[in-house]
Ligand binder design. Structure first.
Ligand code: PEP
Length: 251
């Protein structure tokens, strides 16, 4: 039985004051016991969030890590070992904003994935197709290639200690959501790709859906057999909305 995970990606949002408010709201949430909950603040606020959520069952992750696992001469980057030292347990790898705006390649992302794991962090590998790719009927090919590149570099066993987030690019921050059936089709294909190499890994890995998830559509999405929770962007900046999504995953 896979334990659902609901993860809030705060992206490049927040100030010390607004983060303090959000922490206050998160502390007040009644969270379902069967659901793992995590937030991914901007790095600058990780320490504030870690301290503010002390004693609350919410894990803290980072939105990115360096290709090199250990600290060193790499200006502007943060090593997985430093994230682990700060108390992070998870890290996003390959969010579409980083793939598209910053040009992160599959090859680079495999290195980040490996760096994270080597420091004990759980990578959350984000994959998903653009609208043009979906309209060209290439969704499964694109997602299969993004996943396949990590499997090829690191082996399918790497997914025994990882999470996958399927995030159609056209649904991120747009208010458009994949229907539960559209999302399920891709999630099932992702699991089948892993299953072809290792049935146990395929059974155990959590595959989150991300893309304009709100309390209003979460129950239906999370009700699909291969959707094991969500990666939530905009809605995770509102503690009450985020709490309602977490409770939807507990249903
Ligand atoms: C995201 O940034 O991962 C995301 C899914 O954003 P949103 O929920 O705002 O679409």
């Amino acid at each position: 039985m896979r334990r659902p995970l609901v993860a809030g990606n705060w992206k490049m949002h927040g100030t010390r004051a607004s983060v303090a408010e959000l922490i206050k709201g998160l502390r007040l949430l009644a969270l379902p016991t069967g659901v793992e909950v995590a937030v991914f603040p901007p790095c600058l606020y990780i320490n504030q969030v870690m301290t503010g959520l002390d004693g609350k069952a919410i894990a803290v992750g980072a939105q990115n890590c360096a290709v090199e696992p250990m600290q060193g001469a790499l200006t502007g980057e943060i090593a997985s070992s430093q994230l682990a030292d700060a108390g992070c347990t998870l890290v996003l790898v390959g969010h579409s904003e980083r793939r598209q705006i910053l040009g992160e390649s599959d090859e680079l992302l495999s290195r980040k994935f490996a760096a994270a794991q080597s420091c004990g962090l759980t990578p959350v590998l984000c994959i998903g197709e653009t609208l043009a790719q979906r309209e060209a009927g290439k969704t499964l090919e694109v997602v299969g290639r993004q996943l396949g590149s990590v499997i090829e570099e690191l082996g399918v066993g790497a997914f025994a200690r990882a999470v996958i987030a399927y995030e159609p690019v056209w649904a991120i921050g747009t208010g458009l959501t994949a229907t539960p059936e559209q999302a399920q089709e891709v999630h099932a294909a992702i699991r089948a790709q892993l299953q072809a190499e290792n049935a146990e890994v395929a059974r155990g890995v959590r595959i989150l859906y991300g893309g304009s998830v709100k309390a209003a559509n979460a129950v239906e999405l999370f009700g699909m057999p291969d959707i094991d929770g969500g990666l939530i962007g905009g809605a995770s900046l509102n503690a009450d909305e985020f709490g309602a999504i977490c409770r939807a995953a507990g249903n």
